[in-house]
Design a protein around this ligand. Structure first.
Ligand SMILES: [Zn+2]
Length: 223
């Protein structure tokens, strides 16, 4: 299980690097083993586009290394804090370009497009603190309340999910929303979807089972 989790964390890091969200050694990925509670996390200084299972270190709840040879990422506090704060089974931290740009200017990413509601709505920007500090981890946990993603002032972004795939999908969606905001704001003041619009989207999504592939019923002529 541990070796499989290390492979999956490495694959998630490569996927995020391929998408341009992890650049060089910047950013990190973690996932918790539901059986042991151990956390697999990318090592510090790893070039993430070429991340291999052996570049992923596994720590227990005391932060003792149980597998791997590399020192865990300097943002280990942040990963452990998010993983222990709620439903997260996997966490992604990036310095993705659009997310970081928004986080250098705004205090919040408003909802311009209904897809952002999948992340929980408006995305908070956690106040700045030095990288790798418990203070930064606490700010991020607070900004993530009822959300699957948060921005980090003058630093980057965090996304989580119940699985690695969901955490990666949420990180990609957050970057798409930030890019949309930057593009829209370059044309003028973006219109935002208010709470009433957002509520209507949630109701419509529930009614239509949005985002789930469904088998179409053949029409009468083609039966
Ligand atoms: Zn960082």
């Amino acid at each position: 299980m541990t070796s499989q989790l290390r492979s999956e964390v490495a694959a998630a890091a490569r996927r995020l690097a391929d998408a341009g969200l992890l650049i060089g050694t910047a950013g990190n990925v973690s996932a918790r083993d539901p059986e042991t509670g151990h956390v697999a996390v990318t090592g510090t200084g790893v070039v993430l586009a070429g991340c291999r299972p052996e570049d992923v270190t596994v720590v227990d709840s005391d932060r003792s290394i149980v597998a791997g040879t590399l020192v865990p990422t300097s943002e280990l506090d942040l990963h452990l804090a998010v993983l222990s704060s709620g439903a997260a089974g996997a966490v992604v931290h990036t310095h993705a370009p659009a997310a970081t740009a928004v986080a250098c200017v705004r205090d919040e990413l408003p909802v311009l497009h209904y897809q952002q509601i999948l992340l929980g709505g408006e995305i908070r920007v956690a106040p700045y603190a030095t990288f790798g500090t418990p203070e930064l981890a606490a700010h991020v946990v607070e900004a993530l309340r009822d959300r699957s993603a948060a921005l980090m002032a003058n630093h980057g972004a965090v996304a989580h999910g119940t699985t690695l795939d969901k955490a990666v999908d949420n990180a990609l969606l957050l970057e798409w929303c930030c890019r949309l905001f930057l593009d829209a704001a370059s044309l003028g003041t973006p219109r935002v979807l208010d709470q009433e619009h957002q509520r209507a989207v949630v109701e419509a999504a529930i009614a239509r089972d949005y985002g789930t592939p469904r088998t179409a019923q053949p029409s009468k002529e083609h039966r």
